[in-house]
Write a protein that binds this ligand. Sequence first.
Ligand SMILES: Nc1ncnc2c1ncn2[C@@H]1O[C@H](COP(=O)(O)OP(=O)(O)OP(=O)(O)O)[C@@H](O)[C@H]1O
Length: 598
Amino acid sequence: MKHLAALNKYFISYKWRLILGLLFTAISIVFSVFQPIMVRQIFDLLSHNIDEYRILSHTSLNKIFRSDFTGVLAFYGISILIFALLSGFFLFLQRQTLIVMSRHIEYDLKNEIYQHYQQLDLNFFKMHRTGDLMSRITEDVSRVRMYVGPAIMYASRTVFLIVIIVYLMLQVNPLLTLYTLSPLPFLALTIYYVNRIIHRKSEKIQAQLSNITSIAQESYSGIRVIKSYIQEDASARHFEDASESYKDSSISLAKTDALFQPIMALMIGLSVILTIFIGGIQVIHGNITVGNLAEFVIYVNMLMFPFFSIGMVASMIQRAAASQQRINEFLQIRPEITDNPGAETVPLTGDIKLENVSFTYPHTGIKAISNFNLHIKPGQKVAVIGKTGSGKSTLAQLLIRMYDPQEGRILMNDNNIRSLTLTGLRDQISYVPQDVFLFSDTIANNIRFGDPTADIEKVQQAARQAYVEKDILSFNEGFETEIGERGVTLSGGQKQRISIARGLIKNPNILIFDDCLSAVDARTEKEIIGNLYAYLQSKTAIIITHRIFALFEFDKIIVLDEGKIVEEGTHEELLSLNGYYSELYARQQRNEEEGVNS
Ligand SMILES: Nc1ncnc2c1ncn2[C@@H]1O[C@H](COP(=O)(O)OP(=O)(O)OP(=O)(O)O)[C@@H](O)[C@H]1O
């Protein structure tokens, strides 16, 4: 329960809706209890007057008496109807306030979680599965909403109804009250346990359902592989197995569900029988009237739902508490990489120094960068080359503070980047990642992601510089072409170039390209390199690559191995070293020659 205390701040901010909702609940209940009271009065009126009616039935007074009596009955009937309408109206208002409040809280909570996710470090996302993060914001939040909305609504109705009805019952006859109420706690307990079983089974079904969905999703995405390896039957069997267990669980849930209604009917029946039996004896002894008995039967029926909802509300609260606990755990995680106190935004000219930098990935213990030293001067173009896994991407990640090194420091314009604001730092660097990610949106908007204010001319210019404009214009919708599941499928090279255009449109002083030309052919690569050369004239650029761009005059080329610089110099200097670089260059030349000759 203590976990749910985190939600109190929302109750405070929606206090007026909450107070109004509770007030409407109370008013609606007050109107609803008039019905049994009036039924009692009708019954008593009837039983008191029935003898006189019989006596008068043979006289001329009968007509007058009958018309008066019918008038009284009609009055009661209309009053009951009016009270029922009033009660219903306030019930409507109660839902309008409490359920609407819960929707507002759900909205706020979702936004709070989403915004918190955005602040967390990459490390957090590496350590949690996407599905897990999604379910916090969807399933857990909807369970919590059941607490802040329906549970509060049912609980308040239950409390008000029980208090008012039990008070009215006690006024009539305490002994009868005791007997009538005795089966109801069992009802509440049974509903609680049955509800728990239903919930456990539903959870299992939910997991099986999401398993079926991901099997289907995976086989549709991987349909080319399935067909080319003739695995359609195996894939269908896999799906069938998952569906079979889903079916079994659903049938088992249906059986438990079927218990629900009979249990309710049994408990209501038991209470009514007890009321009529004990009440009948009390009527014979003259302790209560027939009207009281009728009133009691209605009370019993009115109390059924509140007792039923005690069980339901208890399990709703239990589930909400478990979900809120999970949400709290996430919300309490603080990002390690944030603005330090006194952080400043400093204009960056491209002077970058790495001093004795070492970095180990915290969750795997892999040392990716080891005692690294490098000085890049403003306007320099630096190539970073090295085998796969040598630490090239990690180096890029450290420069934009996706991670902080455990040892050493990184300086930009002689400021430790830890003392700069994160937005100031990242805003002045364009990072084109190795794994391209494009959003399901138009091509123009994907490029504009680098500069949301850019007009279409700027977008086109960036596309031209990234040598992808011609490709884009070949699509029917041009720059307005939708990408993603329902849009066009782009080739790997086209995606990479759109991602480069996104980096270029930002137009910062520092650019980092992380192996982002791996999927383009040699001719396109040449064109882009040519364009980049002009674009990067006055900028500082770090180009991480697997291939040597001999046409690009780098000020410095560094060769990485196991997170350390093993070779450093210009193209000519490195060739003369006869090391990894010259070997790579010779291999590349041979491949190109073979490619030309074949
Ligand atoms: N997010 C991560 N979590 C844990 N270990 C990582 C992570 N990213 C990379 N590594 C490890 O760090 C080392 C350096 O990886 P990095 O991606 O920097 O190499 P790279 O030179 O860019 O490789 P490639 O050329 O294949 O992209 C590798 O051993 C890799 O397994």
